[in-house]
Design a protein around this ligand. Structure first.
Ligand code: NAD
Length: 494
């Protein structure tokens, strides 16, 4: 197999320095240039000139100026524009998927399926909320002395300008979650992509303008998170921050937002567990592990990293898993036959190598992988590591890579206690044929999302978000309405 040919639009996007998208126009950055590195080669792919403070402010001003017109538009018209954007993404599926694959190392197949097709599904779902976001009428129990009557109602009003801060692992899809929820509620957005994946959202914003979404409703600014992020959050027009990323950055974002009295939603990382019960067969466990832990090189916030296996199943599962992982087709993300590409960037690559060294030092058993491939780019062999100590580093630190940590348990109540001892609680899964048991575990597992006999699947209708250190707030379902609107109460005497 070989790489697909790059489309002309992709080559054009890489050919000249990229910047930002502000008030319906592509603009060059006034700040320092930074490279976009192709993780499959380690070579510079493109250049972006960062936004300076004035450009960050200009994006916030544009979003604020666009609010009144966007809110005055009939709700169904706003929904129709989101549907048009969904169609535009679908029509530019290949171009966007290629560009994203080049920047992030995500396989082209996965970029098509998750970055584009899932984004299209989420946009259509959120478009369907247009005209359905409403308050309620309330009975009032105030006493009437002279025949006067009372009633009250609530309305949901858009919070205003939303700053969306996006990580590198799904730079289109995660941005679409925020953008679509904000826009259907009547908010406007300023999106800040990760420095590692700054290109695709510029194209999405351009497509949005082409669909008729007014200038200023969607703005994209690129640059260093540590300077640009706080600047956007502190801007007086920022009403809400919707952040997805690591726990450490999320805590800084939360403090900055709270200091300015801004609303904040945090979708953070975790150390997710998959618990396989005694009745599961070895083959089913291995399939479950691959689904839960290794998709997109493990760079999925909800992916499982710690696998709890019954003590008697551990050896046969690890033997079969090793065969499957060693047979994986690792290669260029642009080759349609590739099952696993590189990890997305150098810091991520170095972090994984350090964690492997630490695991060896702690005496953990490397079943397979645990090393970088001897080739250009940031390729890490799919890895399985057996630990015996629940306090081992790999049981606590998020790897965000193609790395499963395996620990045996004698009794599943002990495994549950260990899982719940984790400070994070984004997602967990339980695998068994005993549905009654699974449902009981779904109550007891301390995670915002619990899957039974599945893992990592997200659906726009099902709320998603973390417990404990893994976040505040929920995306999707109807839960997003709370985060993007103010609930106003109106009382009437008549
Ligand atoms: P990160 O926290 O390093 O960066 C996320 C974003 O924050 C980037 O755009 C970055 O530029 C910006 N940023 C950095 N410092 C900032 C600051 N001080 N103020 C404001 N913004 C700042 O995360 P990452 O490495 O890009 O992504 C990987 C992490 O994201 C993992 O921990 C993963 O679990 C998590 N994640 C969580 C979810 C979820 O839905 N819960 C989804 C995807 C990724």
């Amino acid at each position: 197999m070989s790489d697909v040919a790059l489309l002309q639009g992709v080559r054009a996007a890489l050919a000249h320095p990229q910047g930002h998208y502000i008030d319906g126009q592509a603009v060059t950055g006034n700040g320092d240039a930074f490279p976009v590195i192709n993780p499959a080669t380690g070579q510079t792919l493109a250049e972006v000139r960062a936004a300076d403070g004035a450009q960050a402010d200009a994006a916030m001003e544009a979003a604020s100026a666009a609010l009144a017109g966007w809110q005055a538009m009939p709700t169904l018209a706003r929904g129709t524009l989101l549907l048009k954007l969904a169609d535009a993404l679908a029509a530019h599926r290949e171009e966007l998927a290629q560009l994203e694959s080049l920047c992030s190392g995500k396989t082209l197949m996965l970029a098509r399926m998750l970055e584009i097709e899932q984004s299209v599904a989420f946009l259509r779902y959120f478009a369907g909320w247009a005209g359905k976001i409403s308050g309620e009428t309330l009975d009032v129990s105030l006493p009437s002395f002279n025949g006067e009557k009372y009633t009250a109602f609530t309305r949901r009003q858009p919070v205003g300008v939303v700053v969306g801060i996006i990580p590198w692992n799904f730079s289109i899809m995660i941005a679409i979650w925020k953008l679509a929820a904000a826009l259907v509620c009547g908010c406007t957005v300023v999106l800040k992509p990760s420095e590692f994946t700054p290109l695709t959202l510029l194209r999405v914003a351009e497509l949005a303008t082409g669909c008729g979404i007014p200038p200023g409703v969607i703005n994209v600014v690129n640059g260093d998170g540590k300077t640009l992020g706080p600047r956007l959050i502190a801007h007086p027009h920022c009403a809400k921050v919707s952040f997805t990323g690591s726990v450490v950055t999320g805590q800084a974002v939360s403090q900055a937002a709270m200091a300015g009295g801004k609303r904040v939603t945090l979708e953070l990382g975790g150390k997710n567990a998959a618990l396989f019960l005694e009745d599961m067969e070895v083959d089913a466990i291995v399939n479950g592990i691959i689904e839960a832990g290794y998709l997109n090189q493990g760079q999925i916030c909800a992916a499982a990293e710690c696998f709890y296996l019954p003590v008697g199943k551990m050896d046969p599962v690890l033997a079969a898993l090793r065969q499957r992982l060693e047979a994986m087709r690792i290669g260029s993300p642009l080759d349609e036959g590739t099952e696993m590409g590189p990890v997305a960037n150098r810091p991520q690559y170095e972090k994984l190598l350090n964690l492997f060294a630490q695991a060896r030092q702690e005496g953990s058993e490397i079943i397979c992988g645990g090393y970088a491939l001897d080739r250009d780019g940031y390729y890490i062999a799919p890895t399985a590591i057996r630990v015996t100590d629940p306090q081992a580093t790999l049981m606590r630190e998020e790897t965000f890579g193609p790395v499963g940590t395996f620990i045996a348990y004698e009794n599943d109540a002990d495994a549950l206690a260990l899982i719940n001892a984790s400070p994070s609680g984004l997602a967990a899964s339980v695998w068994t044929h005993d549905m009654a048991k699974a449902l009981r575990y779904s109550e007891q597992l301390e995670a915002g999302m619990v899957w039974i006999n599945m893992h990592t699947f997200l659906d726009p209708a099902v709320p998603f978000g973390g417990m404990k250190d893994s976040g505040i707030g929920r995306e999707f379902g109807s839960a997003f309405i709370e985060d993007y609107t103010n609930l106003k109460s109106v009382m009437v005497r008549y």
